[in-house]
Every structure is written in structure tokens, then in C-alpha cells.
Design a protein around this ligand. Structure first.
Ligand code: FDA
Length: 463
């Protein structure tokens, strides 16, 4: 049974949050902060300790300043709302964040946040220029008053650890009036293995206006109805089809892209296309309700050397197992702007040297079946070990995965936390611990994978 909170508080303004912090401290309660509620291990709404949920669902204002190319967005607003509000004011501005429109700004940007503009503009957190947070003492701080170390930590160090993020100020980015999208699907019988193999050598080196993602699924073959593996190459190009075609011909002829495969549309329409939704009506982006997913487990990896064809075939083999009916693998190309930003610029360390990120997803419907599906994804993850980063095997904090380690119950030790912390943050983990020690030494803001302060035990009332 999922543990339930004692109360869910849904403040309408910032000043209603401070009493919640004082009261929780006084009564030895834990606070779980929820913005969009998409935490992949449910840490924004469950806890083993007595807890209250601070749900920022009503803090969702978005103020776009077209002249300055900036926006203030409150933590409870969703990415789809952000994209919609930007497009309402300008068709040549956008923002580089995640593809799922119902993800919340609060948690997403706290952990980095990547989408299809990654190669051109980096992560959402790379484009944060100011923020408002409430700290453990109930003080409201902005960039100036929180100081650069704390401002560094909240841009990618993961939600929860450093306080409650109220709002972000973001730098908007330029997008052309028309972008070009395409999706080309190939089964293994149609040479998919060779094309993916080749993709690994070029996707990170392509023009940074171009992102070609790879989606791998099991499908029934259209010819004989037999199961097969289908690889879809889904792309966003920040330019016209006339510029894209020669570029693809030069760098990735194996895909055989034709003009008729391509569609030109506005950037805002492309946000729907990339999420595999019809491109109109646009106001679907304002829908705050998450698709009804029953059970889902996600993991992530980083690849620095192309996987051999044999290695890829081993993945296909696992996709023929029963549990993979609703499974999905996504290869997200890096390179471009990601290579230029230093590993320590913000806590997110996965920069130059990474060819692509792998996201693993498995879905199922019935709780009783959970073990089987979890075992399937864990087996696939073990199979992948030789092909991905090592020492540590890197992971992405926004694809939260408690399999890679959790804090000690009741006593957050540095040694225990570094097992998962070094995977998410590499050497930035130590700086995150130092910032935490300074701003929240009593470890009031915590969860199963929060940054621990040094030399401190959890205390009952956070004092
Ligand atoms: P939620 O409210 O659950 O918060 C996540 C974590 O941050 C929790 O630990 C929470 O306590 C904490 N937190 C939340 N609000 C806070 C605040 N205001 N202050 C301090 N801490 C806070 N990621 C990505 O990079 N690119 C993508 O394309 C996608 N796509 C995607 C699709 C789907 C369907 C899911 C479920 C998830 C993704 N993600 C993703 C992962 C997503 O970025 C990640 O789950 C975010 O943490 C979700 O942020 P929410 O605010 O929605 O979650």
C-alpha cells in the first residue's frame, strides 16, 4: 500500500508556504513537495515517515517578456503551458525543456530537463537566469540573496534537497518560424540494425539544428503479422526542408530521407508532433492531466562508444520476451551545445564525450505483475553494462531510479548517498553536499535520494 500523507496543502500564494515549513518542523513531519507529480519513483507524494504534501498545483503563473526574451514561471506550471504561453506571444521564441507537456517546471528544471532542443541550446537548467526559493528557515530568496553556490545547486542538483523552488526565470531561445519534422520507421527486416549502428557514429556530430532520436519498440510486422523490432527515427530540424535534405544526404544517406517524409510546421506545433500527438488543437498543451499510465519503470544510461551490431541484436532479443510488449527504448543524441558546457557549470555532469543517452521504459497494467516487469527491465539494464559508462555507471537524476541506491533510513550518511550520488552527479556530488551542509545542516528537506549534509543525523524536528 502506498503510504498516504496526513494532509495535502495547496497554497495559492508564496506566503502560505512559510507556515507549512514552520509547522512541519515543529511537529517532526516531513514535507514532500509536488509540482507536476511526475517523479518516476513517486517521491513527491509518498514517504515512509509521517509526511504532508505541499502541492504547488495552484502556483502556475507564467509571464513572458518578449522584448527581453525571458519568462518567469511558477513551479506548479507545466511544460505544455510554458510552450503555449511563449507561442501566444511569439512564434520565433521557444524553450529547451522536456517533451512531455504535463511535466512540472518545479521538479523538471531542478533535475536538469532535456528535450529535442538539447543539441542546440542545452538543458532547461542551463537556461535558468534567476529563481525564487523558500529555504529551511522560511526565507524567500532570489539569485542575489541565495548566492551563487545555492543557485548552482538548484539548477540540476535534483528536487527537494535545498528548499522549495517557487519560480524560475528562464532565458528564452530563438527558433525559426518554420521547423521541419520527420519520422522514418524501419524494422530489422528493413535494415534497422545497420542504420542504428551507423546512427551512433553520426547523430552527435550532425549540425546542431538537427536532432534525430531513435525509438525502439516491438511491433507486429505489417507483412506477415509476426513480431518484429521497429526502429523509428524521429527528428526535429530548426530550419526548412530545403536546408535539411542536402544535410541528411551528406551525413546520413543510409536513412534514405525523402522530401515527402518531411513536414514543415511552427515550433509550437512540433512540440505536439514530438510527443506523438496531433498538431492541433494547440490548446491540448494546456491540459494538465497526465495520461493514465498504470505502472511504469524507467532507467537511463549514457553511451560513449558505439554499441556493436551484436550488442544491438542482444537488445532486440530481449524485446521479444513477453514483458516487452509495452516496452520502449529511446536513444537521445548528445553533442552540439552539450559538448561545449563544462561538466561543473551546473550539477548535471553528462557533457562532452557522451554520444547519446538511453532511456529505458517498461509499462504494465496489473500490480501483481510488477515483479515480472521490473525483473525484465533490470535484466536488460544488466545486459547493457558492457556498452555504457562505467566507474560510475552514470544515471540521470530526473529519471529517478531507486535501484541504483538510496539513503540510509533515519541516518543519511555521505558514504551511502555517494553510491547513487556519484552516478547522478559525478564529482559535482561533493559540491552539492557542501552546499547542503551550509543551507540545510539538519537535513529537513529530504527524501530517499536527497543530498545529505556532512556529519549530520536526521533530527526529529529539523532543529
Ligand atoms: P514532481 O512534482 O513529482 O517532483 C519531482 C521531484 O522534485 C520530487 O522529488 C519533488 O519532491 C521535487 N520537487 C517538485 N517540485 C519542487 C519544488 N518546487 N521545489 C523543490 N523540489 C521540488 N525528463 C526530461 O528531462 N525530459 C523529458 O522529456 C521527460 N519526459 C517525461 C515524461 C513522463 C511521462 C514522465 C513521468 C517524466 C518525464 N521526465 C522527463 C522526467 C521529469 O523531468 C522528472 O520526473 C521531473 O522531476 C518531474 O517534475 P515534476 O515537477 O513533474 O515532478
Amino acid at each position: 500500500m502506498t503510504p498516504k500523507p496526513l494532509v495535502i496543502i495547496t497554497p495559492f500564494n508564496e506566503s502560505q508556504i512559510q507556515p507549512v515549513i514552520y509547522c512541519a518542523k515543529e511537529n517532526g513531519m516531513q514535507i514532500r513537495v509536488r509540482s507536476g507529480g511526475h517523479d518516476l519513483e513517486g517521491l513527491s507524494y509518498t514517504s515512509e515517515e509521517p509526511f504532508v504534501i505541499l502541492d504547488l498545483v495552484n502556483l502556475r503563473e507564467i509571464n513572458v517578456d518578449v522584448d527581453k526574451k525571458t519568462v518567469w514561471i511558477q513551479a506548479g506550471a507545466r511544460l505544455g503551458e510554458l510552450y503555449y504561453r511563449i507561442a501566444e506571444k511569439s512564434r520565433t521564441l521557444g524553450f529547451p525543456a522536456g517533451v512531455c507537456p504535463t511535466v512540472g517546471a518545479g521538479g523538471h528544471i531542478s533535475g536538469g530537463g532535456y528535450g529535442v532542443l538539447l543539441r542546440k541550446y542545452g538543458l532547461a537548467a542551463d537556461n535558468v537566469i534567476d529563481a525564487r526559493i523558500i529555504d529551511v528557515n522560511g526565507r524567500i530568496l532570489d539569485r542575489k540573496s541565495m548566492g551563487e553556490d545555492l543557485f548552482w545547486a538548484i539548477r540540476g542538483g535534483g528536487g527537494t534537497s535545498f528548499g522549495v523552488v517557487l519560480a524560475w526565470k528562464l532565458q528564452l531561445v530563438d527558433v525559426p518560424e518554420k521547423v521541419t519534422v520527420f519520422t522514418i520507421a524501419r524494422t530489422v527486416e528493413q535494415n534497422a540494425t545497420n542504420i542504428v549502428h551507423r546512427w551512433q557514429y553520426i547523430a552527435h556530430k550532425l549540425d546542431e539544428d538537427l536532432a534525430v532520436r531513435v525509438y525502439i519498440r516491438r511491433v507486429n510486422s505489417s507483412q506477415d503479422g509476426k513480431r518484429t523490432i521497429q526502429v523509428s527515427f524521429q527528428s526535429l530540424f530548426l530550419g526548412s526542408v530545403d536546408r535539411l535534405l542536402p544535410l541528411m544526404q551528406r551525413s546520413f544517406p543510409e536513412l534514405g530521407l525523402q522530401r515527402e517524409d518531411c513536414t514543415e510546421m511552427s515550433w509550437i506545433e512540433s512540440t505536439l508532433y514530438i510527443y506523438e500527438l496531433p498538431v492541433e488543437p494547440l490548446d491540448v498543451l494546456l491540459n494538465r492531466t497526465q495520461a493514465n499510465i498504470q505502472y511504469l519503470k524507467v532507467k537511463a544510461d549514457y553511451v560513449q562508444k558505439p554499441i556493436s551490431k551484436n550488442g544491438l541484436e542482444g537488445i532486440w532479443k530481449r524485446f521479444f520476451e513477453e514483458e516487452a510488449e509495452e516496452a520502449l527504448l529511446v536513444f537521445v543524441p548528445y553533442g552540439g551545445r552539450m559538448d561545449e558546457i563544462s561538466e561543473s557549470a551546473i550539477p548535471f555532469p553528462h557533457r562532452a564525450g557522451n554520444l547519446y543517452q538511453i532511456d529505458y521504459y517498461v509499462y504494465w497494467d496489473e500490480e501483481e505483475a510488477s515483479e515480472r516487469y521490473l525483473n525484465w527491465i533490470r535484466r536488460l539494464y544488466s545486459y547493457m553494462a558492457p556498452y555504457v559508462t562505467k566507474f560510475p555507471r552514470a544515471a540521470y537524476v530526473n529519471y529517478r531510479d531507486l535501484d541504483i541506491g538510496v539513503n540510509n533510513k533515519g541516518n543519511t550518511s555521505y558514504a551511502q548517498a555517494s553510491i547513487w550520488g556519484l552516478k547522478y552527479f559525478k564529482n559535482n556530488f561533493n559540491k552539492l553536499v557542501n552546499v547542503k551542509t551550509k543551507v540545510d545542516p539538519s537535513n529537513f528537506f529530504r527524501n530517499e535520494q536527497s543530498i545529505p549534509p556532512l556529519y549530520s543525523r536526521w533530527t526529529k524536528n529539523g532543529k
